[in-house]
Design a protein around this ligand. Structure first.
Ligand SMILES: Cc1ncc(COP(=O)(O)O)c(C=O)c1O
Length: 410
């Protein structure tokens, strides 16, 4: 049984005190898109602006010192959270920017003979930057296919990750299917051929314990806003020796060592990747968010989501005409659950559920090649988090059953 006191947790999140659609309880099942924020995160941002606001890494006054210390303290929190070192943490504005940073920075290191490997279940943020890198360099883009059950097909792993492969960039947990991908075999094969492994951990860092050293990966990207942190802050973790050799992506203030009228040299990582005044308040808010998650315990969060996910999957399987898209049990799977429901269009279902105060996401979830492969134009997605409980799941299930009647499909 879950160890979490969800009722107490929800009290930390001010948004759950409001009602929705004329007094209905808010049933928020869209944390895969963005998560809600506890008061401690909101306070951390407000405190920063109220007390310490100044440009970090610049200025010789007390406020600038405090701002720098606040940003660097948050870097330390992120490093500890991921099991990495502080100088391996680059702050960006989002996971999308972290992945674009890598794809741009690798431009001069990739040739037309090289291969870049992704999977068919990537979010566009971990697909299009690699498509573009392949187009810029003439490299070949290859991918692991997805089985009808929503798992990666690794049967031809040696033919996908070939001797020419330089980059393997994969999602840890699919934002559509909930599938948690088997990293060991992929990392072993990638390293065997000398390729780096980049993990899109947007849907895993907020939901389960992650240790970059144990995973033996080379880079990892995630977004603060999906991990109860603010919008406008993302993280790129990279092994220090790789960050040292990688050229920067954005140029400007704070990322230089020396500058003349015709040239410049770069500060050591992570600073060479952080041009301009950083998103300080958001970075500080992210530190508060990860502290909050650590206090709850990432393993507790993971177990809670497995329990709630099993409960939801069991109920969905009993609804005639409803088809889960992705694994139908919680084996190597998280609490992001997508489905189709007969011929009721997901947008219509989403609107009906919204009228009951239930927030889900509908569409292709920025993973168009995946939904196309699975033969569905769109799905309805419920994504669970540690502040959801069985009442939320029950509300969703009765909402779906109500929709069947409302749309005359009984
Ligand atoms: C798996 C995955 N990767 C990348 C992203 C992009 O994240 P962001 O929009 O915060 O940059 C998302 C967002 O939905 C995601 O789910």
């Amino acid at each position: 049984m879950s160890q979490l006191d969800v009722a107490a947790i929800r009290k930390d999140f001010p948004i759950f005190t409001r009602t929705i659609r004329d007094g209905k309880k808010l049933v928020y099942l869209d944390s895969g898109a963005t998560s809600q924020k506890p008061q401690s995160v909101i306070d951390a941002e407000v405190d920063f602006y109220s007390r310490s606001n100044a440009a970090a890494h610049r200025g010789a006054h007390q406020l600038a010192e405090e701002a720098t210390e606040a940003v660097e303290a948050a870097r330390e929190i992120v490093a500890n959270f991921l099991g990495g070192e502080s100088d391996e943490i680059v702050f960006t504005k989002s996971a999308t920017e972290s992945l674009n940073l890598l794809a741009y920075s690798y431009t001069s290191l990739i040739t037309a003979e090289d291969r870049i490997v992704v999977t068919e279940m990537e979010h566009h943020a971990n697909l299009i930057p690699w498509q573009q890198l392949a187009q810029r360099t003439g490299a070949t883009l290859s991918w692991f296919e997805v089985t009808p059950e929503g798992r990666l097909d690794l049967s031809n792993i040696d033919n996908v990750i070939t001797e020419n492969t330089k980059i393997v960039s994969i999602t840890h947990q699919s934002n559509v299917l909930g599938t948690i991908n088997p990293l060991d075999a992929i990392v072993a094969r990638a390293h065997e051929v000398g390729a780096v492994v980049i993990l899109d951990a947007c849907q895993s860092v907020p939901h389960m314990p992650i240790n970059v050293t144990e995973l033996n990966i080379d880079y990892l990207a995630f977004s603060g806003h999906k991990a109860i942190g603010p919008t406008g802050v993302g993280v790129l973790w990279g092994r220090s020796e790789l960050l040292e050799m990688l050229p920067p992506f954005l140029f400007g203030g704070s990322m230089i060592e020396t500058v003349t009228m015709t040239d410049a040299t770069w500060a050591p990582a992570p600073r060479k990747f952080e041009a301009g005044v950083p998103n300080m308040a958001q970075i500080v808010g992210l530190g508060a968010a990860l502290n909050y998650l650590s206090k709850i315990g990432m393993n507790n969060i993971h177990l809670h989501e497995i329990e709630l996910g099993s409960y939801l999957l069991a109920q969905l399987s009993a609804i005639e005409g409803l088809q889960v898209v992705g694994p139908v049990d919680m084996q190597n799977r998280g609490g992001t659950i997508s489905f189709t429901f007969g011929d009721i269009h997901p947008h219509d279902l989403g609107q009906y559920l919204d009228a009951q105060g239930i927030a889900v996401r509908t569409g292709h979830h920025c993973a168009w090649p995946l939904t196309r492969k699975l033969g569905v134009a769109a799905t309805t997605r419920a994504s669970l988090y540690f502040y959801n409980d069985k009442d939320d799941v029950d509300a969703l299930v009765s909402g779906i059953i109500g929709a069947k009647k409302y749309f005359g499909r009984e």
